[in-house]
Design a protein around this ligand. Structure first.
Ligand SMILES: *Cc1c(COP(=O)(O)O)cnc(C)c1O
Length: 376
């Protein structure tokens, strides 16, 4: 937490606005819009809830197909299933690890020929880095398919000077505990279209019709963000820039120490914008490095350092394994060889060095083994 969250929370208590409505919610929406350069926003309980509402807003329903990046967290695709629609996954490119624009074009072309275009494309911006939005948006516009952006991991990033999440019809963000800023749990839906955010707020507050009694003409959800948590969010927005700087600094320190080690390659930062480096990710080539990703991860775990494989592609997940997927080799390889390093914005230099030394130690002990096996 920064210096202001407690003050906003205290204000919520003192004014007795302990509800999923109140002045902090309104202010958080306004201030979030200013931060990302959006016109309208609706604060909700999670990024997943925001994506559920986004898909419903663009009319996704039973039997529809929705394209989605394959290399991502399951929450990017689960809301497709909530609505009875079918996910179709698109593989990553190697420049950004995000949706490959060429594969998307090929997939849209093929679906257009079959007369079965998807209802929407969910474009995910992974690990703090924007996807290559322009060609993807162009392809979507060409086929009249709506683009929704999952920018849950990319708050603070840029694409050609603008915030990812503000290019599509709707963008969603997350303030879960692990994200770059947090309200413990929370999400935001942004759109240029005020009718979209108004409808999202309506559905998110149980679809209450304007009447003195409780009247409902539509199914509703309990998705609105608490005024207490919105207060935390207002304080967190004030430190977003610091958090981005701290995450980028982590990555720089890791890269300085490990960037030249044979077999280690950091997730590239694409030329079109600024990555927040929400997580510092790298890939390990086992032949060149002398140990594979899993050996490195387990050696770190032995040293009480938590590191995780890169997202398991959704087309490989048991729950989605029967779904269609265009491509797949790139994300499969990233999953096979990719590792996310400890990346918290409060890591000290000593802690970063401990991670670095633990990785280098795997290499030197593996080197000994390799040499020994060559001799025998
Ligand atoms: C965290 C995350 C979500 C979901 O956000 P919640 O607020 O946790 O529901 C969706 N997509 C991606 C890519 C995420 O990382």
């Amino acid at each position: 937490m920064g210096d202001h969250e407690q003050k906003f929370v205290t204000e919520a208590f003192e004014t007795n606005w302990i509800a999923p409505i109140g002045p902090h919610v309104d202010a958080f929406e306004r201030e979030f819009c200013q931060t990302v350069g959006a016109n309208h926003a609706a604060a909700v309980t999670s990024g997943t809830a925001a994506l559920h509402l986004a898909l419903k807003l663009v009319g996704v329903g039973v039997g529809d197909e929705v394209f989605c990046s394959s290399l991502t967290f399951s929450a990017s695709a689960n809301p497709i299933a909530y609505l009875g629609a079918k996910p179709v996954f698109i593989d990553s490119d190697k420049i950004s690890w995000n949706m490959d624009p060429n594969l998307l074009v090929a997939a849209l072309e093929q679906k257009a020929k079959l007369g079965k275009l998807p209802k929407a494309v969910i474009l995910v911006h992974l690990y703090g880095q924007s996807a290559d939005i322009d060609p993807i948006l162009k392809a979507c516009n060409h086929y009249g398919v709506t683009m929704i952006e999952d920018a849950a991991e990319a708050l603070g990033a840029t694409y050609k000077g603008r915030s990812p999440g503000t290019f599509g019809k709707i963008g969603i963000f997350s303030f879960n505990g692990n994200k770059i800023i947090t309200t413990s749990g929370g999400g935001m839906l942004v759109s240029e279209d005020p009718e979209m955010t108004a409808k999202a707020r309506f559905w998110a507050t149980q679809s209450r019709d304007p009447a003195p009694h409780y009247q409902h003409s539509e199914i509703g959800y309990n998705y609105r963000l608490s005024n207490v948590l919105a207060g935390i969010g207002r304080g967190q927005l004030m430190v977003l820039k610091d958090r981005v700087a701290a995450r980028r600094r982590n990555c720089e320190i890791y890269e300085q120490a490990l960037g030249d080690v044979p077999g280690i390659e950091f997730m590239p930062e694409a030329a079109w914008g600024l990555s927040t480096r929400w997580l510092t990710c790298l890939t390990i080539d086992p032949t060149a490095f002398g140990a594979d990703r899993e050996q490195v991860r387990l050696a770190l775990a032995d040293a009480q350092i938590e590191a995780r494989p890169v997202w398991k592609p959704l087309h490989l997940q048991p729950i989605f394994q029967d779904s269609e997927c265009f491509g797949g080799e790139v994300s499969e390889d990233l999953f096979d060889r990719g590792l996310c390093l400890p990346s918290g914005s409060n890591l000290t230099d000593e802690e970063l060095d401990r991670v670095i030394q633990a990785i280098l130690k795997v290499r030197s002990s593996a080197g000994v083994k390799v040499a020994a096996s060559v001799i025998s």
